[in-house]
Design a protein around this ligand. Sequence first.
Ligand code: AP5
Ligand code: MG
Length: 228
Amino acid sequence: MLFMCHQKVMKKEAEEKLKAEELRRARAAAEIPIIWILGGPGCGKGTQCAKIVEKYGFTHLSSGDLLRNEVASGSDKGRQLQAVMASGGLVSNDEVLSLLNDAITRAKGSSKGFLIDGYPREKNQGIEFELRVAPADLALYFECSEDTMVQRIMARAAASSVKRDDDNEKTIRARLLTFRQNTNAILECYEPKTLTINAERDVDDIFLEVVQAIDCVLKKKQQNAAQC
Ligand code: AP5
Ligand code: MG
């Protein structure tokens, strides 16, 4: 009799522990923001992400960097990816999303938030991300003229000791075309969670607006977590 009582108490304790852990996870998931960083080639996505990481300690996942890492590995898959990137087109979403998903899974336990830089690049990428990974809290769209974007990329290429394969005039034109063909549909689809930011300004002025938007998301997240 005493033994059965003891077992019941142990079972109850285990159930309570499980509930507490589930609650902790639900809170953590509700608190961690996911932010998409959108904009054409050279608009300043990477530059703003570096500043966000410095201020908020978020995990920066650039789809372009993840793909370039794969190319640098010298694998057969990397060679195929390189060909698509050199053409200025889009790599298949299966490839990009699985690289992103793996990176998110690896960082999940310790991350304060995710910046998904250069994703989605077409509407279906966004839809699949939200189905397979998690809903995005905010999309920051850095709006910039094509002339400015070309100038910025050319300046970056001239200043850098390691030039990117796709930073040449022909590929830049193709990247711009890909961007032009897909962006309106993304902005229409995600209009309620998108903030368009004029990226033709000084880096720090742009960042002030970025900070306001992120602070707003963090505040909402904290309120939601408190209700869990
Ligand atoms: P990716 O690597 O994402 O390249 P991108 O979108 O073309 O953009 P960049 O990285 O060139 O520019 P950025 O916006 O980060 O600007 P940055 O901060 O460096 O993608 C490469 C390729 O991978 C794609 O073409 C595609 O093939 C493939 N790919 C990637 N994602 C994919 C996806 N989701 N699906 C399928 N395929 C995918 O700034 C540029 C320069 O400007 C720097 O020198 C910077 O110092 C300067 N600068 C920045 N801001 C300012 C400012 N406000 N004023 C003055 N100068 C500034
Ligand atoms: Mg970049």
